[in-house]
Every structure is written in C-alpha cells, then in structure tokens.
Design a protein around this ligand. Structure first.
Ligand code: URA
Length: 236
C-alpha cells in the first residue's frame, strides 16, 4: 500500500521529466489544472485523489474507493494465498492495486472488513490514537464469570509487544457468549485476552467498526461500497 502526497512542482516534474525550476513559468502560463481549478501555488500538496491536468493531458485521475465486506470463516485477509480464497477474490472484478484491508481478521473469524485505496483514511481508522471501536461477538468453550470484566477493563500486558492493552469493554450475553469492544487491533488480540483465562474462543465475529454495523445487510461473502453517510459515521 502506498499513499502518495507530493508537492506540485515535484509531482509535475516526476510525471513529465520537466525540470523543477521550469515549472514556475508553466504555472504562470496557467497550464496546470487541479480538480478543475487553475493551479497557482508550486507548493500545493497533491494527494492521490486529486485530478491533475497539464496542457490538456490528464496526469492523474483516481477516485477513492471504500467497501464493506462480510468475511466468511475460511477466507483469508491477504493479497494472495495458495490454499484459501482471499477477500480480494471476493471483491473480484474490482481490481485496484492500491486496495488494502483496514484491520485484518483471522482465517477462522467472520464479520465486517473494510477495504479501501485511501491510505490516509485506513490509518485514521486503525491508529490506536483515534480509538475507533471494534465490536466482536465471541463464543467461548468454558463458562464466563464476572471476574473477566475488570480484567478486560484494566488491560492485559502482552510481553511480545511490551504493551498493555487499552481498556476493553466486555459484556457477558450468555453462559459462554460475550460482546467485546476494543479500541485497537493487536495480533490475535481477542483470542489472547480470553487465553489469559484459559478459555478458548470457539467462534469470533466482528459485528461493528465504530458506529458502522454489519447487521444483516450483507450475506457472508458479499460486499458493497460505503455510502457517504456511512463514511461519516466511521469518522464521528
Ligand atoms: N482478535 C483475534 O484474536 N482474531 C481476530 O480475527 C480479530 C481479533
């Protein structure tokens, strides 16, 4: 995944091989159009989704894409896999090399997966600093009890990463069922947290990211573009 931001003079120079020192004159001649407006500032930052036209030739035109997908168990969150279907196989025929997964799920986890070509957006969702919640429905092998709740809330020390997990909200919904809300996505985090109680996770399903819920809107394996109001929900 690359998210490219570049100064206008560098961008034009790279795309056209014109020397950077000559671009000032080209700008003054009003030959560069960005998003339908004449460019006036050499230092303007060009993002991956800005349309740039030079002397009527389009140098860049790419739209941002945002999808939600219902990942079934047995599908892998990877670009390629020799054995299993990948989420990108499910996205076919949408084909964009910049598309990437916003927070992976394990092979045997189902649920909501976001996919985009907008690196800035995916970082804002996965960064622990932004505390975007991820909600999981968990089915466990052994019976739960109320001792779990403060342990999840307090956080657990993960020696491998040398960090303590952020406060997590555990709601016990049945003898062996719970809803867990995390604000980060550490490697196998849910399984490792229940592992502290020697309680294996039998089923794991991501039901929501932020305020965006999977509900019953998509069958396993299906995907659809996010609406602008859903995009807004995620950033709230
Ligand atoms: N935590 C896990 O253990 N697995 C997942 O797939 C997601 C969160």
């Amino acid at each position: 995944m690359t998210s490219k931001y570049s100064r206008l003079d560098r961008f034009i120079s790279k795309k056209t091989n014109i020397k950077r020192k000559d671009i000032r004159l080209i700008l003054a001649q009003k030959r560069i159009i960005i998003n339908a407006a004449i460019a006036t500032d050499l230092q303007q930052i060009i993002g991956p989704f800005d349309k740039v036209v030079f002397d009527s030739e389009t140098l860049q035109e790419q739209s941002a894409q945002y999808f939600m997908l219902h990942k079934p168990v047995g599908v892998v969150c990877a670009n390629h896999d020799k054995i299993h279907k990948t989420v990108f196989d499910l996205l076919n025929p949408i084909n964009d090399s910049q598309l990437h997964i916003v927070g992976r799920l394990d092979l045997n986890t189902s649920g909501l997966v976001l996919i985009t070509n907008d690196g800035k957006w995916s970082k804002s969702i996965t960064s622990p600093l932004n505390k975007v919640t991820k909600e999981y429905q968990v089915e466990l092998k052994n019976v739960l009890n109320n001792d779990y709740i403060p342990a999840f809330e307090k956080g657990m020390y993960f020696e491998f990463e040398d960090l303590t997990t952020q406060p997590a909200k555990l709601k016990i919904t049945g003898e062996r069922n719970a809803t867990l809300t995390l604000t980060e996505g550490r490697y196998h985090q849910v399984k490792r947290m229940f592992g502290r109680f020697r309680n294996p996770v039998l089923k794991l399903h991501r039901s929501a990211i932020g305020k965006l819920e999977l509900c019953n809107t998509l069958e396993p394996g299906q995907h659809r573009p996010l609406s602008s109001s859903e995009l807004q929900l995620l950033l709230d």
